[in-house]
Design a protein around this ligand. Structure first.
Ligand SMILES: *Cc1c(COP(=O)(O)O)cnc(C)c1O
Length: 235
């Protein structure tokens, strides 16, 4: 068994165990293998071990990978979204995780209309209200939600967060709970279903699942440590 295959099976077992603790169906959790900084070959290995969803955070790096690898992989863009990259992003990726303003959403809607496509998106929430991080502050999201829901080309799957760095996985729990509570309150206030929560990474995906994550973004626990930094929020 290759190392990636082995890691994947460990992560899958941990996901299953977390689901069991939370009395959740294991199929309610989507594992996104975050392949940023890793070569095509690593992605291919994971794919051969049954992994379908992959996450990338830089378009320049992702574009050749997406073209080189089999067409039945699904790609999630988890990086910061730059306005001038939107046209390319929504054509290359199945899901965009980090839409964080009405202005950006409106622009994405416009381009999608032009292209005749219906991008699936997450709204990123800056749940710890940190200056260094992208994402909506929760109050602004509430103020813009009604207009966001009116954008006909965008399918809002749910909310995404990257919680403040803490000493251990347990420290992230309060942030995951806060994101779920925001989801629940938006659903009631706007009478809509916002079904998904993208939260949890290598260090804390089990806690995220216990608190309702539907999409976990796991990189290093599958592919190993990243050997160089990518610019953006996370290395
Ligand atoms: C890199 C990255 C991840 C994966 O991080 P790991 O700690 O390697 O699992 C998850 N989410 C985002 C937004 C990232 O940029």
């Amino acid at each position: 068994m290759s190392e990636i295959e082995n890691n994947l099976s460990i992560v899958r077992n941990e996901i299953a165990a977390a689901c069991q603790r939370a009395s959740r169906d294991v199929n309610s959790v989507n594992l996104i293998a975050v392949s940023k900084t890793f070569p095509d070959e690593a992605v291919r290995e994971a794919f051969h071990a049954g992994q379908i969803l992959f996450g990338e955070s830089k378009i320049q790096e992702a574009e050749p990978k997406i073209f080189n690898l089999p067409g039945n992989l699904q790609w999630h863009f988890i990086g910061r979204v730059q306005r001038n990259k939107v046209r390319k992003l929504i054509q290359l990726f199945d899901v965009i995780h980090a839409i964080d303003s009405l202005r950006l959403a409106t622009y994405t809607n416009e381009i999608a209309k032009e292209l005749g496509i219906f991008p699936k998106i997450f709204l990123q929430v800056n749940i710890g209200e940190e200056n260094s991080k992208g994402g909506y502050d929760p109050n602004t999201l509430r103020l813009e939600m009604e207009d966001l829901l009116k954008l006909p080309q965008l399918e809002i799957l749910g909310l995404m967060c990257i919680p403040p760095l803490g000493p251990d996985a347990e420290a992230a729990r309060t942030w995951f709970i806060a994101l779920r509570q925001l989801q629940e309150s938006l659903e009631i206030e706007f009478n809509v279903r916002i079904p998904a929560l993208s939260m949890g990474m290598s260090g804390d995906f089990e806690v995220a699942i216990e608190e309702g994550a539907t999409h976990v973004r796991v990189g290093s626990a599958i592919f190993g440590n990243r050997s160089y930094r990518v610019d953006g929020e996370l290395g």
